[in-house]
Design a protein around this ligand. Structure first.
Ligand code: NAD
Length: 258
């Protein structure tokens, strides 16, 4: 593209199809609505019952949203999700691996029962979806894979060794996939949200001491709102990021610099 061809349509996702896992709650809802507002049609996959909120917000932007209730840790489900997206929406242009869980326990209590489910959702399901989607994207000659990392990709994860391990793992996986897929015009990046007020952080926010400690550490002096992430996902999903590869875009109110 020449400089004089630059315009805001570079951020348009019109005609694109996106899979957003965990897309009907929390951060995933924001990702789905942001992608729809930029023009994409959305296939949302999640475990929770869909109360219709995300679909209504997507429709307000003129987008289409299909919800599939499925457990991504079940073998064959990631492959089926990619096939559903192809059948329902005609292509798989964007994959946002947002589904994730966090279980907190002291090291002494933290065993395989806590470890295994987190690895299965946060890491293995994300890998399987990226694996399946990348085959479609290679055939299409383009695609965007956006993985959801965390501050615990970079810093210690008190009370949740598996969460920290999976979120560090997702960054390694992002870079490895990026390296192989960039030559196919597929950009693989990650977003690392800081502390956001969603269901996954409910336990932490309910603890006044933890809440105070976290806020003291955030230069912006507040928890993130879901809307704080919406620009980041549109950027990484759009043509504006065609030469952005293997990055982790941290959106954390400055947490990591303090
Ligand atoms: N909220 C934060 O502060 C924060 C910070 C950093 C990273 N994250 C990450 O953001 C992502 C979304 O978290 P959130 O805060 O929106 O919490 P959330 O609990 O609202 O969202 C989690 C979503 O994952 C889905 N999910 C869980 N297990 C699944 C499974 N087996 N199959 C299919 N879907 C499944 C749930 O249905 C839900 O929609 C997670 O990966 C989380 O680790 C959150």
């Amino acid at each position: 593209m020449e400089i004089d061809e630059f315009g805001m349509d570079l951020f348009s996702l019109s005609g694109r199809s996106a899979i957003v896992t965990g897309g009907n709650t929390g951060l995933g809802r924001g990702f789905s609505v942001a992608l729809a507002a930029a023009g994409a049609d959305i296939l949302v996959v999640g475990l929770d019952e869909d109360d219709g909120t995300t679909g209504r917000l997507v429709a307000r932007h003129g987008g289409r949203m299909t919800f599939v209730k499925a457990d991504l840790t079940q073998r064959d489900v990631p492959g089926e999700v990619v096939r559903w997206c192809l059948e329902e929406l005609g292509s798989v242009d964007i994959l946002v691996n947002c589904a994730g869980i966090s279980v907190l326990a002291d090291v002494a209590q933290f065993g395989r029962d806590q470890w295994d489910p987190m690895v299965a959702v946060n890491l293995t399901a994300a890998f399987e979806l990226a694996h399946e989607a990348s085959r479609v994207m290679i055939a299409q000659g383009s695609g965007k894979i956006i993985n959801v990392a965390s501050l615990f990709s970079f810093v210690g994860g008190r009370g949740s060794p598996a969460y920290a391990a999976t979120k560090a793992g997702i960054v390694g996986f992002t870079r490895a996939y990026c390296d192989e897929l960039a030559g196919h015009n597929i950009q693989v990046n990650a977003i690392a949200p800081g502390y956001f007020a969603t269901a996954i952080t409910e336990e932490t926010r309910a603890d006044p001491e933890a809440d105070r400690r976290i806020l003291e550490h955030i230069p912006a002096a507040r928890w993130g709102n879901v809307s704080d992430l919406m620009g980041a996902v549109v950027f990484l999903a759009s043509r504006a990021a065609d030469y952005v590869n293997g990055q982790v875009l941290t959106v954390d109110g400055g947490y990591l610099v303090r």
